[in-house]
Write a protein that binds this ligand. Structure first.
Ligand code: ATP
Ligand code: MG
Length: 333
């Protein structure tokens, strides 16, 4: 059976990269397969956080999912920490993950920076918890942005190692990454070599789903570009990271290709293109922000939806945890 699992961390506000690399694809995929969409709040604790802000962000991310078009009745939508199986399976999987595998993870190196000894164990072990998130539901497909490819490969390796160790061929399916659409890696607006991230200190590096029209226009106007007009071909575009990023965003937002965008704007100055990109971004994001606001105005209803999702997820998770305990040799009553 096919099943989708994916999630986002409630660290700060969601941005255009989260939307184009993941959320927009989830909305399409929910029609084809059963799906579980999680607000991965335990992951958000791997970096510095403030409890009150975390609480707000959890509800905001849930509201963003629904506002973007995720149906909370058809799919399971919940927050990770309300299903204890994530933490339980995490521990068991840590006992099957060689340190050498984790040492290869590039995201840890980027996030820990130069101060590796001060980085917390949770940040280092984060990919194992991510594997537990997916395997707890025996998910087969994981729609994510390009940056998560390495973590998903690790999840597959851990699943394979577990199955082999307990001679339980096929117990955990090996989850397939689904890296879809035109904008699988949206770059920072300030630096075409860095991915757009929630954790980037610069607000001008990203467009948040909740930015108002003036803020979006300002951020796009300030976005780094080179002095040349837009190129005519995709081949020339690929030599210019910042230009490539803006054209890719335009293509993804309008469900077309970079070649089609260049057919329209190739040879023009960036000032004209940036104006069109700002208008398009506002047209696509403002309805989502409006709906998020409306949903956040009724916290009781949002919490009711999350609780219902957690109950449904909890049933599946409990089944897997019991099966895992039996396989590994733990006694349960
Ligand atoms: P953080 O900086 O806190 O890690 P993030 O922006 O990377 O935040 P996550 O919550 O880690 O966001 O990721 C949620 C989803 O969004 C994942 O599927 C991830 O691959 C995707 N994603 C994140 N950033 C981008 C990006 N710049 N382009 C495309 N997809 C992205
Ligand atoms: Mg991330």
């Amino acid at each position: 059976m096919s099943l989708i699992f994916s999630g986002m961390q409630p660290t700060r506000q969601l941005h255009l990269g989260n939307y184009l690399g993941a959320l927009k694809n989830w909305v399409k995929l929910q029609n084809d397969m059963d799906a579980i969409f999680c607000v991965v709040d335990l992951h958000a604790m791997t970096i510095d956080h403030d409890p009150e802000t975390l609480r707000n962000n959890i509800r905001e991310v849930a509201a963003a999912y629904i506002a973007a078009g995720i149906d909370p009745d058809k799919n399971i939508l919940f927050n990770q920490s309300s299903v204890s199986g994530h933490a339980e399976l995490n521990w068991i999987l840590t006992c099957h993950t060689p340190l050498g595998w984790l040492n290869r993870m590039t995201q840890f190196k980027e996030k820990a920076g130069k101060q590796k000894d001060n980085a917390v164990l949770g940040l280092y072990a984060y990919p194992v918890l991510m594997a537990a998130d997916i395997l707890l539901y025996k998910a087969t497909h994981v729609p994510v942005g390009e940056d998560q490819k390495q973590h998903l490969e690790l999840a597959r390796d851990i699943a394979g190692a577990f199955n082999r160790y307990y001679k339980a061929d096929g117990f955990f399916p090996l989850p397939e990454p689904q890296i879809l659409g035109e904008a699988t890696r949206v770059m920072s607006l300030r630096d075409g070599t860095k991915k757009m991230s929630k954790s980037d200190e610069s607000e001008y590096s990203r467009i948040n789903l909740t930015d108002d029209a003036d803020t979006i226009a300002l951020k796009i106007r300030k976005a780094k570009t080179d002095p040349e007009p837009l190129p005519e071909t995709v081949e020339d575009l690929e030599k210019r990271p910042e230009a490539n990023n803006l054209v890719t965003i335009y293509a993804a937002l309008s469900d077309t290709t970079r070649a089609a965008v260049l057919a329209e704007f190739g040879g023009q100055q960036f000032s004209a293109f940036k104006g069109a990109l700002a208008d398009l971004s506002v047209a696509k994001l403002a309805p989502i922000a409006g709906e998020m606001n409306r949903l956040l105005g009724d916290k009781a209803e949002l919490d009711r939806l999350l609780k219902k999702g957690a109950d449904r997820a909890g049933e599946i998770a409990a089944r897997t945890v019991n099966e895992v305990k039996d396989l590994v040799g733990l006694v349960r009553f």
